[in-house]
Write a protein that binds this ligand. Structure first.
Ligand SMILES: Nc1ncnc2c1ncn2[C@@H]1O[C@H](COP(=O)(O)OP(=O)(O)OP(=O)(O)O)[C@@H](O)[C@H]1O
Length: 256
């Protein structure tokens, strides 16, 4: 039996007064395209940061492709391609050099020309990244995430700063990586695109996974029409008044 691409149990992160993540129970199977959605501040980047060992949890466990992200850091990072939510380039280094640096870190082979061509930066291969526009930086970050043909691709807000061609490019990359068998886990607020590419979505709200499933399962469960979109599901599940009612009901149940 294959191990899940991502599995967390009770995963939590507390920053002083702020509960960024609260007991996350998440399983993403290998080969899935999973959209990880939620309002601003819901805890999406925190989750990704924990899976990448950028920070340590306050409680709970996680496994990435069977590895512990906090003790098997190298093994994890060799199998993951990451497009982070914030990305600083080395201003004096070329796009080609950025890809070579990732390849060196992963101990992987890379063909910078082919990867940069794939993301529409073929002509900019030897330009310093400090000259890049925001959308070009995002395309560079996408190319960096693909170095070494990762088993798991984690994309945190991949559409940020991209023109419509760039948005279509991300969709094409997700589709082709998925066809190759790669698991894709991504957060986004561009819900129309999420709807097109994801097999399953999970909705995080105030640090908790409030629900997950396919769009058709959500439509049925939430009593929505057959035309209801991911945006309709998102709004319904993250509506503060509904959430507070659900929370109060849960607390009442716990008290009994
Ligand atoms: N280093 C930090 N110190 C203190 N609080 C933090 C830190 N990082 C994140 N938080 C808090 O944790 C919560 C979750 O933030 P996170 O960045 O994970 O949200 P998000 O779902 O990615 O939001 P967005 O959609 O706006 O990117 C927020 O309340 C945020 O202020």
């Amino acid at each position: 039996m294959t191990v899940p691409a991502i599995k967390t149990a009770g995963l939590s992160k507390q920053y002083d007064e702020v509960t960024a993540l609260d007991g996350l129970e998440l399983t993403v199977e290998q080969g899935e395209v999973y959209g990880f959605l939620g309002p601003n501040g819901a805890g999406k980047s925190t989750t990704i940061g924990l899976l990448m060992n950028y920070s340590k949890p306050t409680a709970g466990t996680a496994r990435v492709l069977g590895f512990d992200p906090w003790t098997d850091v190298v093994a994890c990072h060799q199998q993951i391609g990451i497009l982070p939510d914030r990305f600083d380039t080395y201003d004096n280094r070329s796009a080609r050099r950025h890809l070579q640096l990732v390849a060196d870190t992963k101990g992987a082979d890379a063909d910078p020309a082919a990867l940069l061509e794939r993301v529409g930066l073929g002509d900019a291969i030897d330009r310093p990244a400090g000259e890049f526009s925001q959308g070009m930086e995002q395309r560079l970050a996408l190319a960096m995430s693909l170095v070494g043909d990762p088993e798991l691709l984690i994309l945190d807000e991949p559409f940020t700063g991209l023109d419509p061609h760039g948005v279509a490019l991300v969709r094409e990359v997700v589709d082709s990586e998925s066809e190759r068998g790669t698991t894709v886990f991504f957060s986004s607020h561009v819900l129309g695109q999420v709807e097109v590419v994801c097999d399953r979505i999970g909705i995080l709200h105030r640090g908790r996974l409030v629900d997950e499933g396919t769009l058709s399962a959500f439509r049925e469960r939430l009593d929505l029409t057959a035309e209801a979109t991911v945006e309709d599901v998102f709004i319904q599940l993250t509506d503060e008044s509904v959430q507070q009612t659900t929370d109060s009901a849960r607390l009442r149940e716990e008290d009994q």
